[in-house]
Design a protein around this ligand. Structure first.
Ligand SMILES: Cc1cc2nc3c(=O)[nH]c(=O)nc-3n(C[C@H](O)[C@H](O)[C@H](O)COP(=O)(O)OP(=O)(O)OC[C@H]3O[C@@H](n4cnc5c(N)ncnc54)[C@H](O)[C@@H]3O)c2cc1C
Length: 318
């Protein structure tokens, strides 16, 4: 058994370097803990397999932002009549909108509304760079004067704060216990991928043949309470490993506790991250959740001071 502290990593270089497919693969592989299989050529076959198996939450882990222009007002009206909750839109005036969403959201739109000109313009723009997202979906042709242009990472980061918080996403790789991830995934306006206890067999050598637990923030090491906790984890691990001799990981995991270490990828707009910090770094939050949120907030603030300084200040004022 191993006891580790909670930790996190912001994975923003993929976005800044325009490595959309690599970012998606990196996130998807957290489920299976198969990051060691990543090679310079592995992203496309990995994503193809994901789409084929219908595990499309994996392709939520990237975000595209478009400037869409149309003199044909009714094309926008028809788009907004059908817009799913997973796209963001801002009116820029002069028949222009900023529209953003992840590959899955645009795939779903293209499947449901194959003749909508705004969707076709966006689809065409994605297809030019990343055909993999639309190889299996038929849409109509662009007939009207509608255009969509994908913004570069630099253009997105230059958006004014009001637009930035709505359209810029940030990806975090967080290592915490299972109770914390259970609370995190309640935030609905975000995308998640989490290490799977169904696929990961912790008895295997690649996991060191042991179960990892997150050090509880409640008990001081060496205290009687910590010893009791440690004893419970040792016994649980022994039972889990014993069950694995005759059962699958999904069966054996039924004895694993909340303290079990897990990794989760969280991909959300800056606006949703603000909301998460407001709720989860507050004094009312679960201390284990608050512990990781207070570790993360300074790093978010360093990257986007205008967005996260007001959140930190409000939290400090209680
Ligand atoms: C201190 C604390 C204690 C908690 N205790 C409990 C508990 O005892 N039991 C429990 O079940 N949960 C509990 N929760 C979880 C809580 O109820 C929320 O599910 C969680 O915090 C997600 O936040 P949210 O609902 O504000 O918004 P998110 O899901 O993060 O969504 C962001 C925003 O989008 C909008 N939104 C999203 N989905 C919808 C929707 N379907 N309809 C309308 N608007 C929507 C809202 O404006 C929302 O503020 C607790 C949370 C905290 C912080």
């Amino acid at each position: 058994m191993r006891v580790i502290p909670p930790s996190f990593e912001i994975l923003d270089d993929y976005f800044k370097e325009g490595k959309v497919l690599e970012q998606i693969e990196r996130c998807g592989r957290v489920c299976y803990k198969s990051e060691d299989k990543i090679t310079p050529e592995s992203a496309i076959p990995f994503i193809k397999g994901i789409i084929k198996r219908g595990h499309e939450s994996v392709i939520e882990m990237a975000n595209f932002v478009f400037e869409v222009e149309s003199k044909e007002r009714e094309e926008f009206f028809s788009f907004f009549e059908n817009i799913p909750r997973f796209c963001q839109a801002s009116n820029l005036g002069e028949s222009k909108y900023l529209i953003s969403g992840n590959p899955r959201s645009f795939r779903d739109l293209a499947k449901r509304f194959p003749e909508n000109q705004v969707i076709i313009a966006i689809r065409d723009e994605i297809f030019k760079k990343y055909p993999i997202f639309f190889e299996d979906i038929e849409t109509g042709a662009l007939k009207k004067e509608v255009s969509a242009r994908m913004l570069s990472p630099t253009e997105i980061d230059a958006l004014d704060t009001g637009l930035l918080v709505k359209h810029r996403c940030l990806l975090a790789h967080i290592t915490v216990n299972r109770a914390v991830t259970h609370e995190l995934v309640r935030h609905r306006v975000a995308s998640y991928l989490q290490e799977s206890q169904r696929y990961c067999r912790y008895g295997e050598e690649r996991f060191g043949g042991e179960v990892q637990f997150i050090r509880p923030c409640f008990f001081e090491e060496g205290s009687k309470e910590y010893e009791l906790w440690e004893e419970a984890m040792k016994r649980t691990e022994a039972l889990y490993l014993e069950l694995l001799k005759t059962s699958s990981p999904q069966a054996a995991r039924t004895v694993l506790p909340n303290s079990c270490k897990t990794e989760i990828m969280v991909h959300a707009t800056l606006e949703e991250w603000q909301h998460i910090f407001r709720l989860r770094a507050s004094k009312a939050a679960d201390p284990s959740m608050r512990e990781i949120m207070l570790m993360m907030l300074p790093e978010f603030e360093r990257r986007f001071p205008k967005v996260f300084s007001p959140v930190r200040k409000a939290l400090e004022q209680g």
